[in-house]
Unconditional design. Structure first.
Length: 239
């Protein structure tokens, strides 16, 4: 799934990619909020919080929101840097390495940072924002900006536009393109929601270790092609 760029025509691959990554983003969103009461999948709200502190002349308190934004930015920077370096040497692994890095950070946070929820909550926020910046840059790059998985504001805007366009674009090609795009956007929204529900159900029992489930989902995404191949081979043998 992460071995090559997919473009606009690969609907099946786009939906699979969106399902895995949106589910993970939904989980990180809920785990981040339940554990440290911070937004950990996007930075839009942090700009608002920073301006609120700034308006009240709480400059030092507001600085933390700039750090949140910068860690998301750092994640995106690191993700693209990895892709550009690896792409020149081993093209097929270029998009897998950022996912592996994300898996490592999610596992590390889940296993070792439970004790820091109350003492160093900002550390957890930094790591989760970094991983979401990493993921968002990866999926933007691999899908030629077709898929975004860590926040839904722009997605709902695009969905509203495309639903409206259904009433005005009548050629078969236009209808097909629109319906494919709408299917993809509904997939992202639904998967994000399911990820949030899963995280909510498991958080009371596992706390930050819930992120291990998110890491497992990413790992399945990494080997998805091999799973599909085994399933196809098994069905072929049975026939």
């Amino acid at each position: 799934m992460f071995r090559h760029r997919i473009g606009k025509r690969s609907l099946e691959t786009s939906i699979a990619l969106a399902s895995f990554l949106s589910c993970v983003a939904g989980m990180v969103n809920v785990v981040g909020f339940l554990s440290i009461q911070k937004l950990t999948t996007n930075v839009t709200g942090h700009f608002a919080f920073f301006m609120e502190e700034f308006d009240q002349l709480h400059f030092w308190e507001g600085l933390i929101y700039i750090y949140y934004i910068l860690f998301f930015l750092l994640g995106a920077f690191v993700s693209n840097t990895i892709i550009e370096i690896v792409y020149r040497r081993a093209k097929r692994y270029a998009f897998s390495i950022p996912i592996i890095v994300e898996i490592i950070f999610l596992i590390g946070t889940g296993l070792f940072l439970d004790a820091f929820i109350y003492t160093y909550p900002d550390l957890i926020a930094f790591i989760l924002l970094f991983t979401m910046g990493l993921q968002n840059a990866l999926v933007t790059k691999i899908s030629f900006s077709v898929i975004r998985t860590t926040h839904l504001t722009g997605l709902f805007t695009d969905l509203g536009i495309e639903l409206s366009q259904l009433f005005f674009y009548n050629s078969p090609e236009q209808k097909k393109q629109l319906t494919d795009s709408i299917k993809l956007r509904f997939t992202i929204i639904f998967s994000f929601f399911i990820g949030g529900v899963i995280a909510g159900l498991f958080y009371n029992t596992f706390a930050l270790k819930t992120l291990m489930i998110a890491a497992a989902i990413l790992f399945v995404g990494l080997i998805w092609k091999n799973i599909k191949r085994l399933f196809y081979d098994h069905r072929t043998i049975k026939k």
